[in-house]
Ligand binder design. Structure first.
Ligand code: ZN
Length: 203
């Protein structure tokens, strides 16, 4: 979990891209905040960006579910990050799954400028489908860390965000109470139950 490179390594000087991904309740935002705070301790200039769409708790702070906060800047599109990320050593990007595909080139450009980029986001949506730009970000990253939640049904490691309300929209805000983390086996069972329910209704 605590895999970070030394700042003196040649890779850091030439910039780097790190991805922290996982399901809801996996602690990925906490991990982003932890890395950003350690960079602050090292006297590095840090800045966090998040999509303006993510207004769950706060407009200007990245808030993880355990209320550990760090100031952040909401932006409407990925291109704004390039304009705003001046005089920084480390750029954090939270809820990256909600950004447009341009975020991939933005991360590449930031790393080209010698910046360490730490990206956090949901790897899959509630259907288990790769979420927005996340798969591409994982592909171009130097390092990918997959965080896991705990399955609320069996206690195993969970990597799926199971939606408790019936809606096919990919983005559902006001999230936390509408989802539960499930392991693959329990998620598959839940999907089977949903499928059976739907075919019962159709008859
Ligand atoms: Zn389970």
């Amino acid at each position: 979990m605590f895999s970070e490179r030394d700042r003196q390594s040649p890779m850091q000087r030439s910039g780097a891209i790190e991805v922290v991904c996982g399901s809801m309740f996996s602690g990925k935002t906490e991990e982003l905040i932890r890395r950003m705070k350690r960079a602050q301790f090292a006297k590095q200039r840090v800045e966090i960006f998040k999509p303006a769409i993510d207004v769950r708790y706060s407009e200007t702070e990245v808030v993880s579910h355990n209320r550990n906060t760090i100031p952040s800047t909401p932006v409407d599109s990925s291109s704004s990050i390039l304009l705003l990320a001046t005089d920084v050593d480390v750029v954090g990007i939270d809820e990256a799954q909600f950004f447009d595909m341009g975020i991939v080139d933005v991360c590449r450009e930031l790393s080209r400028r010698g910046i360490r980029v730490i990206v956090a986001g949901l790897d899959m949506d509630f259907k288990g489908t790769p979420f927005g730009p996340m798969p591409s970000l994982m592909a171009i990253a130097d390092d990918v860390f997959k965080a896991h939640a705990i399955c609320v049904r069996c206690g195993n490691l969970a990597n799926f965000s199971h939606r408790l309300v019936r809606s096919s929209k990919q983005v559902l805000l006001g999230e936390t109470e509408n989802y539960e983390p499930l392991c693959r086996e329990c998620y598959n069972k839940a999907m089977e139950e949903l499928h059976n329910e739907q075919t019962d209704h159709a008859e």
